[in-house]
Write a protein that binds this ligand. Structure first.
Ligand SMILES: Cc1ncc(COP(=O)(O)O)c(C=O)c1O
Length: 375
């Protein structure tokens, strides 16, 4: 049975006429940069998220960098974030000459542990970036409470959580700025790179828009140093066609996760936990698994794709020597990195595929001695 980790083509085929028409209209218009669809998408996304301003940009990575630049983060500053995330979260901090300051994660949700943030704040702290990892909102209320008390802006890295809500409000609308990725495999994915920055702060929005366009409000007049970071019109058109389906896409992922949970319930793996008030949209379906690496090899031998998000926490990555991390600094993140494994997750998974994946996991743990092996 052929199973893919993500099935972007299957999703495309389902809504092919809508997507083809949307792309065709852009091709006919010739407005490949800053065409009408970009503004239409920005307004539609702002409405969906319940924010005042949405600005398209070239990727989720750029969205983070632009947000940091708009908040004035620069050399010598500190930005608090999680060590258990995709590199872009901290890379954008480092690229601006600032230093990522890590805070360990909650062992159940894998998101930044709000209780540890206050102790990491110094006079140099310029922002806090919680990540809604795997599609599960970080525990924003206590994060925002600490940030508010200390007067520090919060950038939500919602690259993996487009459409997720926390206590009834969409993520991205909770902090000072929200950052989205439209990378093809994301919950709302385009057919290349794409991203968006959102905020309720009008002045910040103006600055974000300017930074994304070479630091310019008016063509050839440059007020600050910026980037060339635009969302292509074709990508905006694809996203506009997909946006009305986002709820249904996220529901399909939730359904697949619920089936995985049922089918794996009696196995010695730790299922994903959903925090109260956080509406998990399962960008990834991630287990903690005893003998993780042996399980991964077993799945591979049966042709089942899987992934480790992420095998090395950022404080142990060579690129982040400026943060001075050492093994043992963030034990919860380190343990998660050694134990997590993500199974195929996308909107097109069939019952047969779910059964095949879970039966293979069952087969692995049914091998003599497997269940009793230590982690
Ligand atoms: C948590 C997180 N932040 C940021 C990004 C960067 O997004 P992009 O790939 O669109 O640059 C990603 C994408 O993989 C991500 O997962």
């Amino acid at each position: 049975m052929k199973i893919q980790m993500v099935d972007v083509v299957g999703q495309y085929r389902k809504i092919k006429p809508e997507i083809d028409a949307a792309i065709g209209a852009v091709l006919e218009s010739g407005m490949f940069i800053q065409g009408k669809e970009v503004g239409d998408l920005e307004r539609a996304a702002a409405r969906l998220l319940g924010v005042e301003h949405a600005i398209g940009c070239a990727s989720g990575t750029d969205a983070l960098q632009i947000a940091l630049m708009a908040l004035g983060v620069g050399p010598g500053d500190e930005v608090i974030t999680t060590p258990f995330t995709f590199v872009a979260t901290a890379e954008t901090i480092g690229i601006l000459g600032a230093r990522p300051v890590y805070v360990d994660i909650d062992p159940l949700t894998y998101n930044i542990d709000p209780a540890r943030i206050d102790a990491a704040i110094t006079p140099g702290t310029k922002a806090i970036i919680p990540v809604h990892l795997y599609g599960q909102p970080a525990d924003m209320d206590p994060i925002l409470a600490v940030a508010r008390a200390r007067g520090i802006p919060v950038i939500e890295d919602a690259a993996q959580a487009m459409g997720a809500s926390y206590r009834g409000r969409k993520v991205c609308a909770l902090g000072t700025v929200g950052c989205i990725s439209f990378f093809p495999s994301k919950n709302l994915g385009c057919f290349g790179d794409g991203g968006m920055v959102v905020t309720n702060d009008a002045r910040l929005a103006e600055s974000i828009r300017m930074i994304a366009a070479h630091g310019s409000r008016e063509r050839y007049y440059h007020e600050v140093l910026g980037l060339n970071s635009r969302l292509d019109t074709i990508q905006a058109a694809v996203l506009l066609a997909k946006l009305p389906h986002l709820e249904e896409f996220n529901a399909a992922r939730r359904h697949a996760a619920a089936r995985y949970n049922e089918l794996l319930a009696d196995l010695p793996v730790t299922l994903p936990s959903c925090a109260r008030g956080a509406d998990h949209i399962f960008h990834q379906y991630t287990l903690r698994a005893p003998r993780r690496d042996a399980l991964a090899a077993f799945l591979k031998s049966r042709g089942i794709p899987h992934a480790i998000y992420y095998p090395v926490p950022l404080h142990l990555q060579k690129a982040f020597v400026m943060s001075g991390g050492a093994r043992g600094d963030f034990p919860v993140a380190e343990q998660a990195a050694a134990e997590v494994i993500s199974l195929p997750m996308h909107t097109e998974l069939t019952e047969d595929q779910l059964a095949f994946v879970t039966e293979t996991v069952r087969e692995f743990y049914a091998q003599p001695g497997e269940t009793h092996n230590p982690r």
